[in-house]
Each structure stands twice: as structure tokens, then as C-alpha cells.
Write a protein that binds this ligand. Structure first.
Ligand code: NPW
Ligand code: ADP
Ligand code: K
Length: 515
């Protein structure tokens, strides 16, 4: 699913109005009707108090139009206009008049006004600012926003939580609505998925207000949201006459004394992801550990007893996944550097591999095109430097990806695969996965997919999705706290099977009777 920027949404808005030969307030009416239908379906006329807080732009206009539909259906409402500017939008004013025709008179809130009382069981509709926010709200508006946040009432935001910028990071976190549910028009917004701002949204849903499909289809976006629909097109089925050679040979290189578990996890994950053959390349200390833990896997050892000192092998793997548990001793740095200088194989680099690159930036030029790097936030910071906010971070990652012609998998709650100018945000995964070793599992999956012939970009997008989906299936039986990296591997099978599961259909009346 594409994530459109505010600029693109405004453009779609104008094109739709022109093509359909409608007035802009008709589009607002569509939006308001969608909002109303959503609420009416759930509330069924319940007399819970609904407080609608509206700004003076079109987001406020949506709220005012929604208030009219609610009043027409007998709901118990109170409308407030947060009067932060005299520049009221045309469609806001049209809808204000329509509301006044129903004899509903909003309270106009100004800077020194007392804040209204809100019960914890009430509902708040947040229509203060939408995608038109272009500066940090004034202190008194921030106070209104804090008052709503502190009320404990359920907050339903129109389009975007008020106070969140659509395409830049916030300056002041106290000016943002903490939303329980966001009904977002046509497209979710990028900020819903970034670590700094995602927490302001508990749940979201898109309402289709019929913006011009042709424009939406043809417009390229900087970011895409990746769900099952997107990855299904990437999946490569197994061929009837395929053999283990068809599905590639993954070499997993890493480990050091006390850290062999990471190589076990990566190697096993590569196998479960479908790699035809998997060889682990480890210091001598790892030999019996791997042979005992993973009978399906071949093991090669380095000259070093406890750490990698001489990464050389006489086999021809299809891809190398390297870095997990490897350490950064002088000998390992030396052999890793030599390896990079001579290597021609596709690479996935994780953990200490990334740490070594960060300290020896001159090595970056040896990365083969489309190498996949999988940093967690700290590793990323070491690699590209620190950032002011998530938007600056993404800009820096894009520049890095372009400069070194590599893919960066920015790990986190919504992992983002960055390929030069474009970012792909994952939708699977859960906080149970914030546990040791899940990153090693991801490296193994990505390596295993590359071995099977997936392109680097497809492997990164698909692998990140599968990894999160395995975690989501696993957590149903483990709970968040007890989820382990091994559970993620074990559920890879279920994640693959889940790709082709149809959503459950409701039982029809006839089927019910025949049972
Ligand atoms: N596009 C679509 O397809 C559809 C969009 N719809 C709805 O329109 C919403 C966007 O509406 P919008 O453009 O009127 O902007 P909105 O967010 O209401 O802000 C109002 C104005 O406030 C101002 N302002 C900004 N920051 C400020 C600040 N800190 N403190 C004080 N003032 C500030 C700024 O004006 P300025 O003062 O800069 O001239 C801004 O224009 C969108 O989210 C959706 O709900 C639907 O109706 C259906 C179709
Ligand atoms: N809150 C979360 N929601 C979803 N996924 C998460 C969350 N926290 C961590 N993860 C995922 O778990 C993995 C953790 O990787 P990493 O930090 O490298 O762990 P390790 O180094 O211990 O293997 C990443 O793929 C990350 O996206
Ligand atoms: K809003």
C-alpha cells in the first residue's frame, strides 16, 4: 500500500474535484459521511456524550459536518471550535452554517477560556488539525490538547492525530493528541509507523473517500506499507523437479567463544527459510556445538580456536550471511577486511560485521552491489551517525544506501527496508520479538532467501515480512514475555503456510441450518 505525502493528497483532492466536476465541500461531505457511518455502525444510537473538537480548517470542517450527521441521528453531542486562527476555510464555514441551521451552536474556545469538563466514559472526536498543520501549535492550543489527552476518554482522530506533522518530525511532543483510533482518509500517513510518532496512534483504519484512482495509481510514493498482498507477488513456488542444488547454498559465517548460539540461530533460520544447503563457518570452538545442534547443516572451521582469524573456504556458496556473534578483535577485523576485499558473493551483513564497517569506513567501498545490511538502531547510529528525528534518519539512510549501492534494513517495530530513494515499511512483528537472537534469525532468513534466487530487494522485503509474521504466530501461544528467537524459527513454516490461507468467511444462514 502506498503512503502518500500531504502534497500528493492535496493534489489528488484537486484532481478529483476537477475530474468529477464537484465542489470541494462535496468531498468533505463524503469524508464526513464515512466518519459518521463508521461511528453509527459501532454506536447504534448509544447516548454516550460525544465531544467534537474542531479547528477552523478543513479538518475542523470534517468534524463540523460529522456533528450535523450525528445530531440528525439523535446523538448526544457537544461541539467546540478551537479558534486558533481567524482564517477559516470556506468549507468549514459552509458546514458551520449547516450546523447552525440545526440549532447547534458550537462553543468557540479562545486562549484564556476555561477548558470543558470531559467524563472518562465520553468520546472525543479530534478534528483540530489535519494534514495542513505547518507549525507547532500555540501554547494554549497545546493546553487544550493535553486536557483531552488527560481526560481518559476515548479519542477518535479525524485523518491524523492533531499536532502530528504529516511529513516531518514533531518539535514538541506535548502538542500532539494521543489517539485511540485514527480514521485516515485514503491513505495511512508515514508518521503512523515511525518510532518517535507511532506511539500516538493506537489503531488506525483507512476511509476511502474516492480520490481519483488514476492519479493514485500512477503516482510514485517515497514509502510503501508491506502486508500480505504485497509479498504474495514476490513468493517463489518450489518446482516439482527442483533439487537441493536448485535452492542455493547459504554460508553463515560468524561466532566466537560464548557466542555460538547466534550462528546456530542464523544457520537454522536459513534452512527453514528454504535454502537448499547451509554451511556454517565458525572458529574451532563452534564445531561440535553446530554439529550437535543442527544435523542438517554442514560445518567448516576457521584456523582460529575461539574467534574468526582466517575466513577462507573452498566451497562455492550462493550467498554469505556474516557478522553474528563474531566479535571485533584485531584478528577478526583483519580477516573480515581481507574477506571483503576479495569477496564477489552476495552478502548479508549483521551485528559485528556492521560494527567493524562502522569503525573502518574505507571497507564500505568493497561491498558488492545490493549487499543487505541489517542494523538495529544502535548499529545504525554507529554506521551513519546520529540524527535529529526519524525523518532526518531516513534521509541519512537513503543517502547511505545510494552512496554505497546497498540495501539497509532499519530494524525496529516497523522495520524499514531502504533501497536508495525508496522505503518499504513492514507491518508484521510484535514487541515479544525484542529479545536476544531475533536479529540473528532475520539474517538467516534473508541469506536463505537470497540463496533461493530472490533479488536482494525482494529477499529483504519478503524476509522481514516472514520474520515478523512468524513472531506474530508464535506469540499467540507463547505470550510476549516468553517468545524466543527459536520460536520465531519454528514458526517460519506457519508463516509460509499463512501466505495462502484465505480469511475466514462468516457462516451463512443456509450453512447454519444444514449443520
Ligand atoms: N485533501 C483531501 O483530500 C481532503 C481533506 N480533508 C480534510 O482536510 C484536512 C486538511 O485541511 P486543511 O488543509 O484546511 O488544514 P488543517 O489541518 O485543517 O489546518 C488548518 C489550517 O491551520 C493553519 N495552521 C497550520 N498549523 C497551524 C498552527 N500550528 N497554528 C495555527 N494555525 C495553523 C494552516 O493555515 P495557515 O495559517 O498556514 O494559512 C492550515 O491550513 C485533512 O486533514 C482532512 O481532514 C477532507 O475534508 C476531505 C478531502
Ligand atoms: N517492538 C518490536 N516490534 C516488532 N519487531 C521488533 C520489536 N522489537 C524488536 N523487533 C525485531 O526483532 C529483531 C531484533 O534484532 P536485534 O536487535 O538485532 O536482535 P539480536 O541482535 O539480539 O539478534 C529485529 O528484526 C526487530 O525488527
Ligand atoms: K485531527
Amino acid at each position: 500500500m502506498k503512503l502518500y505525502s500531504a502534497k500528493q493528497i492535496y493534489k489528488a483532492d484537486q484532481i478529483s474535484i476537477k475530474k468529477e466536476e464537484i465542489e470541494s465541500n462535496e468531498l468533505m461531505e463524503r469524508a464526513a459521511l464515512q466518519l459518521f457511518n463508521w461511528m453509527h455502525l459501532r454506536m447504534q444510537g448509544a447516548q454516550v456524550k460525544i465531544h467534537l473538537f474542531c479547528g477552523i480548517g478543513n479538518n475542523g470542517g470534517d468534524g463540523i459536518a460529522l456533528a450535523r450527521h450525528l445530531v440528525d441521528h439523535g446523538y448526544n453531542i457537544e461541539v467546540y471550535v478551537v479558534n486558533y486562527s481567524e482564517k477559516r476555510s470556506k468549507d468549514f464555514l459552509i458546514n458551520l452554517d449547516r450546523l447552525k441551521d440545526r440549532k447547534v451552536w458550537p462553543s468557540f474556545m479562545n486562549s484564556d477560556d476555561q477548558l470543558p469538563e470531559i467524563g472518562r466514559d465520553d468520546i472525543i472526536v479530534d478534528g483540530i488539525f489535519g494534514i495542513g498543520l505547518n507549525r507547532t501549535p500555540d501554547a494554549w492550543v497545546a493546553k487544550v490538547i493535553q486536557h483531552l489527552n488527560n481526560s481518559q476518554a476515548f479519542i477518535l482522530s479525524i485523518d491524523i492525530p492533531s499536532g502530528l506533522f504529516t511529513d516531518q518530525g514533531p518539535d514538541d511532543f506535548d502538542t500532539i493528541i494521543q489517539s485511540n483510533y485514527v480514521l485516515s482518509f485514503q491513505t495511512p500517513k508515514l508518521v503512523f509507523f515511525l518510532p518517535e510518532t507511532g506511539g500516538f496512534i493506537e489503531q488506525w483504519e483507512v476511509l476511502d473517500i474516492g480520490l481519483d484512482p488514476e492519479y493514485l495509481m500512477q503516482t510514485e510514493t517515497e514509502y510503501e506499507l508491506i502486508g500480505k498482498n504485497e509479498v504474495l507477488t514476490l513468493y517463489k513456488p518450489r518446482e516439482k523437479y527442483g533439487h537441493k542444488g536448485t535452492y542455493g547454498h547459504s554460508l553463515i559465517a560468524g561466532g566466537s567463544y560464548g557466542k555460538m548460539g547466534s550462528v546456530c540461530l542464523s544457520s537454522k533460520a536459513a534452512l527453514y527459510a528454504g535454502s537448499g544447503l547451509v554451511t556454517s563457518f565458525v572458529p574451532k570452538i563452534g564445531y561440535s556445538i553446530l554439529q550437535t545442534a543442527l544435523p542438517e547443516i554442514m560445518v567448516m572451521t576457521d584456523a582460529g580456536d575461539n574467534e574468526l582469524t582466517d575466513i577462507k573456504f573452498d566451497i562455492e556458496p550462493s550467498v554469505v550471511g556474516i557478522g553474528m556473534g563474531m566479535g571485533t578483535s584485531d584478528a577478526t577485523v583483519k580477516t573480515f577486511s581481507e574477506f571483503l576485499k576479495h569477496n564477489k558473493l552476495p552478502l548479508v551483513i549483521d551485528a559485528d560485521g556492521l560494527n567493524i564497517l562502522s569503525k573502518n569506513k574505507e571497507l564500505l567501498k568493497y561491498l558488492p552491489d545490493n549487499t543487505i545490511l541489517t542494523p538495529h538502531p544502535k548499529e545504525l547510529e554507529r554506521l551513519i551517525g546520529s540524527w535529529k528525528d526519524d525523518f532526518e534518519k531516513l534521509k541519512m539512510v537513503k543517502a547511505f544506501s545510494k552512496k554505497y549501492n546497498c540495501l539497509v534494513v532499519v530494524k525496529g517495530a516497523h522495520t524499514i527496508v531502504v533501497n536508495k530513494e525508496k522505503g518499504y515499511l513492514n507491518t508484521t512483528g510484535n514487541p515479544g520479538m525484542a529479545t536476544a537472537g531475533t536479529g540473528d534469525v532475520l539474517t538467516g532468513i534473508l541469506t536463505g532467501l537470497l540463496a533461493q534466487g530472490y533479488s536482494a530487494l525482494d529477499a529483504a522485503i519478503f524476509g522481514v515480512y516472514l520474520h515478523g509474521r512468524s513472531g506474530d504466530i508464535a506469540v499467540e501461544s507463547t505470550g510476549f514475555q516468553s517468545l524466543t528467537a527459536s520460536h520465531v524459527i519454528e514458526n517460519l513454516a506457519n508463516a509460509y503456510l499463512d501466505l495462502f490461507k484465505m480469511p475466514e468467511q462468516p457462516v451463512t444462514e443456509e450453512e447454519n441450518q444444514s449443520n
